[in-house]
Each structure stands twice: as C-alpha cells, then as structure tokens.
Design a protein around this ligand. Structure first.
Ligand SMILES: [Zn+2]
Ligand SMILES: [Zn+2]
Length: 512
C-alpha cells in the first residue's frame, strides 16, 4: 500500500475499552507463521506464497467457514507476471566510429523495462546499428518550461540520458527546488522517451554522483522489470566513461546544471546494438475465499467482504524500499500478515455470534496486491459466492500491526459507512480513529471502489521497516491489532444489518 497521508482527527473515544472478542495470542501466532523466514517473504509466484494460501484455507476450514472459491474449493486462482527468466544471447554494444564498448547483462547493464516476451529462447528485441541521441536528463517538463526533447529528433532511435535532474541539490532550482520533480522518476522518463518515438533508452548515472547508484547486483538475484513500452537499460557509468568523455557528455551536463538550457543532440557516428532474450514469468497465484452465510435467508443474498492481502515482496528486489538488500527475506509481518491474521480471527469471532450477521460475510485473503492490487481486481470481476453487484460494502485491513492506540481509516467518504464505524468505535473503545482525507493511496479496497462498492481500509501507518527485511513479527503491537480486528468485527456487524446500505442490484441504487 502506498499512500499520501492527510490525517484528520475525528474522534478520541473516552470510554473504557471493552475486552475485544479477538484473541491476541492467536492473532500473533498467525503472524509469526506467515512472517517467518520459512515463508521467505511470501513473494507472488513463490512456492512459499502457496504454503501461506494453504495455511489460510486450513484456518478457514477449522473455523467452520464454507469454501467460496472455484469448484467448491477455497481458492480462486489467477495468473500474474512475476519476475523474468533470463535467456542466453543478451547483449548490448555501444559504439562510435573507432571504439565499441561491449556490456554484460547483470554486471554492467540491466533492464528496467523490457519488451513483453513469453519465451527466453526467442528474442524480444534485436536491434542493429541504431543511431544514438543524447537527451540530457530525459525530462519533459512543460510546466516548468524544461524539455530535453525540444528540437531534437529521437524517433526510431536510441536515446542516452543521465539519471536524476539538473540542479538537484539547489533549494532555489525552478525544477522543484532540491526535491525531485514528478517527471524525474525513471518510469516518467521512459514515458517521455516513448512519447517522442524513441526505440531504446539508456540511463547512465549523472556525473554529480561519484558512486554509480544502479542496482546491478539486485537484478542478478531477482530479475524483475516493469513494462514501459520500450527497453530501458541502466548502464554502468565506468564501463562507458571513455565514450562519455569522447562525446563530452559530462561537460554538457554541467552546462545544463548551470543555466537549465537543454543540450540534446545526435551523437556523431554513435550506434547501439542490442539483443534481448528475457521472458516474463507467468505464475498462478490464489485468492483464498471463505463464506459465512447470512443468518437471514433473504438478506443473506447480499454480502459484506472482509479482506486483506497475504502476499508480500519476497526477497525484495524491485518492490523493496531497500533494493540493495535484495536476497534478504522481507518478512512482511505488518504488511500484511497483520491484516491476514485479523481476517482469520474476525471470521472465528463472527461464526461464534452469527445471528448478528443477517447479510453474508465473505472473507478473502488476496494475492497479487504488491504487484498492483491484482487479486482484488480479479475478485471483483469474477463469479463470487455473492455477486459483486450484491456486495454492499468491503472492509480491508492492510498494515494494522503498529497501532499504539490509533488507526487510520480511509474511504468513509465513499458511502454511508461513517456512522456505523463511529458507533462501532465507541463500543469497542480504546482506539483513536483518524480519517484520511481525499487523495489517499491505494490498497485492495480501491478495486471495490472502482467496482462501485463502498469500501474502507484500516491502516496503522508507515514506518522505517516498511517493505524492508526488518518488518518482523516481534515489532507487532498484538493487543492493538486485536483491538482493530475487534473494531472491524463490530463494524461488519453493523454493515451486515444496516438497511440504509444498498447493493447495486437494489431498485433504488444510484451507482456513483
Ligand atoms: Zn506492501
Ligand atoms: Zn500492503
């Protein structure tokens, strides 16, 4: 989950906290298992994620839920792309008239983006003698009247750019001071190159950084890319320094730094040869779905979904906040063993008190969240135990393990959920509810909102261990997590009987 926090203090209940009907020891037990080194960070496409799925299904079964997956199973399988298979024959050569620099995949260059390809034995790209153009920092930023692509034709050519941006340490720079511009991310630079018709993009560390910040080692351990529409290759500076010197590119960068006047130009007699044998890994992963049929035969046709993603970023790599620590287990205790454990224990408590739930509860542990909310997106467009059009609300828990007496709630503006949540919070007690304002980021609740189902997300905030190998179970506030699970349970009980909530199929529904 990535989000911009805009917190608004809503309510600090002064009531004495009731004992939550959620067992904190059971909860931490699930977290200990899911976030153990044994499960290797539950990366999408890994066998360990499948072990986690089996564990969750067993819990759902032992608790007494009904399977809600495909063909009477607990699982809803779907396919995603996770990582790359590296074939042989990859090569990159940058030349001018008199000199060729041959680079080696992994040690002296690696892809940030590739051409989609299904087999490592057939080339996804094979380019010979492509003319090379220098395009400064690769920025197209009309809002601050800076455009490295102005007056230079890169169409059908290879483009060489520097990383970062000019004047990056100058607080008075018109390019967003000493903070990076939105256009400075490598993916925005790839987009700019693509929009100008470039065929290939080479990125070299800019001359103000003494140490090359490329993650060559990380690619070797877990090859993984985005698909940005053209090959984007990070090239090790020291390997092509002789050519940079010949073309005086470091000097041009310094001049741009001085006056912010782009100095893009074709590089005389410079060409690139590139062969790419990289195939994406297609893997099947599984949502785990358990059902508690509503206690009222009529209202049971409508459902509340209670969900949390159980995947994490495995051994790090592209999705890590410390990609230089690729290969280390990113345990993901808070993100999101905490939410997954909560869903299991909410299910157990709900079953013990099922008359409080006239509507059906559907418990879902999602896969594929870390790769773009894929599990929840799959759920909302696939047949479900209760169709999405009869789902009246969704409750998501993503990172609820660091409560310390408070929880952030987003999505209360997305329907008539706020009153239900506030009365639930008053009954449970002991939790300060903070509401995230508009513009907050995305977790699996977004997939439901996109499908016109009101959805909220519980979240206890980012921290220094987020998407790092240090997100460990020892740092979980288990009593706080249990209290949030108790709140989600109380909230779900209100949603399950709130007659002001309407499914999309109801006669008086008004889809937003
Ligand atoms: Zn995450
Ligand atoms: Zn998450």
């Amino acid at each position: 989950m990535r989000r911009v926090l805009l917190l608004l203090l809503l309510l600090a209940p002064a009531l004495t906290a009731a004992t939550p009907p959620i067992d904190a020891e059971r909860l931490i037990g699930h977290i200990q298992f899911l976030a153990s080194d044994d499960l290797k960070g539950r990366g999408d496409g890994s066998p360990e994620l499948e072990r986690a799925a089996d564990y969750i299904a067993k819990q759902f079964n032992d608790i007494g839920l009904t399977p809600g997956g495909v063909g009477g199973s607990w699982f809803e399988p779907f396919e995603l792309v996770a990582g790359l298979t590296v074939g042989s024959g990859n090569s990159l050569v940058v030349s001018d008239k008199t000199q060729s620099v041959r680079l080696t995949l992994g040690s002296s260059y690696y892809p940030l983006s590739t051409v989609p390809n299904e087999s490592p034995t057939t080339p996804s790209e094979q380019i010979e003698k492509l003319p090379l153009v220098f395009a400064g920092y690769g920025l197209s930023a009309p809002d601050v009247r800076y455009d490295d692509y102005e007056g230079v034709d890169v169409s059908g050519k290879a483009v060489l750019i520097f990383s970062h941006e000019p004047q990056e340490n100058d607080p008075n720079s018109p390019l967003n001071g000493n903070r990076p511009m939105p256009q400075t991310t490598v993916y925005k630079k790839a987009e700019a190159a693509l929009n100008h018709g470039a065929r290939l993009l080479l990125v070299v560390g800019d001359p103000t950084h003494a140490r090359d910040q490329g993650l060559y080692h990380s690619f070797d351990i877990s090859p993984d890319v985005d698909e940005a529409g053209l090959p984007v290759l990070r090239v090790r500076r020291e390997e092509i320094q002789p050519l940079l010197d010949k073309w005086s590119l470091d000097g041009l960068a310094r001049q741009i730094d001085r006056d912010l006047r782009p100095r893009s130009r074709p590089l005389k007699d410079a060409t690139v040869d590139y062969s790419e044998f990289l195939a994406r890994n297609r893997r099947t992963v599984r949502n785990v779905v358990g059902v508690l049929r509503g206690s009222d035969p009529v209202r049971a046709r409508e459902a509340i979904v209670i969900g949390a993603h159980y995947d994490h970023v495995g051994l790090g790599g592209r999705l890590s906040m410390t990609p230089e620590r690729a290969g280390e287990i990113h345990n993901g205790a808070d993100d999101n063993a905490s939410g997954t454990a909560s869903v299991i224990e909410i299910a157990r408590a709900a079953i013990a008190d099922r008359t409080r739930f006239p509507r059906t509860l559907i418990f879902v542990a999602f896969a594929g969240e870390e790769r773009g909310l894929l599990g929840s997106a799959y759920y909302v467009r696939s047949p479900a135990p209760v169709p999405i059009t009869s789902t009246v609300a969704m409750v998501n828990l993503d990172m609820v393990g660091r409560s310390r007496g408070a929880v952030d709630v987003s999505g209360l503006d997305k329907g008539s959920l706020k009153d239900d949540l506030m009365t639930a919070a008053r009954d449970v007690g002991g939790l300060e509810i903070k509401q995230e304002g508009p513009g907050a980021g995305r977790s699996d609740d977004s997939s439901f909102i996109d499908a016109h189902v009101p959805a909220i997300n519980f979240f206890t905030g980012f921290h220094a261990d987020y998407h790092r190998p240090t997100d460990d179970w020892e740092k979980i506030d288990k009593a706080g997590t249990a209290r949030i699970a108790a709140l989600a349970l109380e909230f779900a009980a209100r949603l399950a009987s709130d007659s002001s909530l309407r499914a999309l199929t109801s006669s008086n529904s008004t889809p937003p």
